[in-house]
Design a protein around this ligand. Structure first.
Ligand code: NDP
Ligand code: MG
Length: 390
């Protein structure tokens, strides 16, 4: 029996992970499940999977969680510290699928006890790539990608020598507004941005797909995961979302990873790695699909892609600033304080504001410094939002 924990169990990635493990309950001993607002789902899954402990991030809802678990034998806990404590419980495989920078501390705790970390929480690598990787190395822990593009690159690199890699190409569907006239983008509503043409995901990453902030994060994630220079990482728009990434080698070969847009593939690959096991995903009928389409990424439409390159050039803690500014701008858009197109302006202003202040962006990458940069960036981004909200 493998001991496993799922952080962000109530979310889109978490529920897909549970779908896979619930098909083979005798193979897994579930240690911890965590969620935030969705107490009913958390309790239901914790009871069904006989978890040792269920933890909600929302401190004030401990009693509600306790009531929902009453008589089941599953322990209840609440708050950010309790989530990190649960990540320190010994487990063989841990899914990191909390959304946002809140996933960083539990991920580090999981790596600190040598677990294999299946990483969906790309924010960890964007905010603190060096810290995450050095913690894994120190404790002999493995990190496996769950983001579909990075799982695709990882699979294309099996048995290959990194010195033969010329470039990595990650694909982007283009999100909800791919075909909109650019001049209409300022009018985009939250509801329109929250609907993805191909993938069924959480709301935040869906809006980030429409703005390409998701792809911007993934370019940085690619650099951190595979150690390639930024100028060897390309983004192309591929509306069908079936080729997830391609690796270009020094003999001119391109190895593409092709599969249905279903996160259970990448989750299942990370769950069974290094084996490949049967997964309940659609088998593609290439003749029925007929054509794969590719387009260049237009930086006028998606300024987030240019900002990601600036972040990589700035280095230091600018990834943490970038992520925090992006999360705050996204909150501002969802709350109706800024327009869709102003999210990129808020992020760019925040990076400039903290750069100008100096010190913080170049500080050493410790968890405390990353959290401090995150905190300052959220304050600066809120100011930038206020300025625009009038
Ligand atoms: P969801 O919004 O669907 O789920 C997020 C999860 O995190 C939920 O369990 C939520 O709890 C929990 N949560 C929210 N806030 C906090 C907090 N402050 N502390 C602790 N837990 C919290 O997100 P997704 O599943 O879509 O995404 C999860 C991660 O995976 C993100 O980093 C995303 O970028 C990445 N990812 C997602 C993909 C997808 O297909 N969805 C694809 C590739 C990467 P609750 O729901 O109970 O409030
Ligand atoms: Mg992705």
């Amino acid at each position: 029996m493998r001991r496993i924990s799922i952080f962000g169990a109530t979310g889109s990635i978490g529920q897909n992970t549970i779908d896979l493990i619930a098909r083979a309950p005798d193979d897994y001993d579930v240690v911890a499940l965590t969620g935030a607002g969705n107490i009913a789902q958390l309790a239901q899954d914790a009871i069904r999977l006989r978890a040792d402990i269920a933890v909600t991030a929302e401190e004030g809802r401990l009693d509600e969680l306790r009531d929902a678990l009453n008589g089941s034998g599953v322990q209840a806990a609440a708050g950010a510290a309790a989530i990190t404590e649960a990540a320190s419980r010994p487990a063989d495989w841990i899914m990191s699928a909390i959304v946002g920078a809140a996933g960083l501390a539990p991920g580090l705790a999981a790596l600190g006890q040598g677990s294999t970390l299946a990483l969906a929480n790309k924010e960890s690598l964007v905010c603190a790539g060096h810290l995450v990787k050095s913690t894994a190395a120190r404790h002999g822990a493995a990190i496996l990608p769950v983001d579909s593009e990075h799982s695709a690159v990882f699979q294309a690199l099996i048995g290959e020598d990194m010195s033969a890699v010329e470039r990595i190409i990650i694909t982007a569907s283009g999100g909800a507004f791919r075909d909109w006239p650019i001049e209409d983008l300022p009018k985009a509503t939250v509801a329109q941005a929250s609907s993805h043409p191909n993938w069924d995901m959480g709301q935040r990453i869906t809006v980030d797909s429409a703005s390409m902030f998701n792809k911007a994060m993934e370019v940085i994630e690619t650099r951190e995961f595979f150690g390639v220079d930024p100028d060897r990482i390309e983004v192309i728009v591929h509306p069908q979302s079936m080729i997830h990434a391609l690796v270009g080698f020094n003999d001119g070969a391109l190895m593409a990873h092709v599969g249905p847009p279903d996160m259970r593939h990448a989750i299942g690959f990370a769950l069974h790695h290094p084996a490949r096991r049967h997964l309940p995903v659609e088998r593609l009928d290439l003749v029925a699909i007929g054509t794969f389409e590719f387009r260049p990424p237009d930086e006028a439409r998606w300024p987030a892609l240019r900002i990601a390159r600036e972040v990589m050039a700035r280095g230091g803690l600018s990834g943490a600033v970038f992520n925090a500014a992006k999360e705050t701008a996204l909150d501002g858009f969802i709350a109706g304080h800024i327009r869709f197109t102003q999210m990129a302006d808020v992020v760019a202003d925040t990076l400039d504001a903290l750069d100008a202040r100096g010190g913080h962006i170049d500080a050493t990458m410790t968890l405390d410094n990353v959290l401090e940069a995150d905190h300052l960036a959220r304050k600066a981004a809120e100011l930038a939002i206020k300025k625009r909200a009038g």
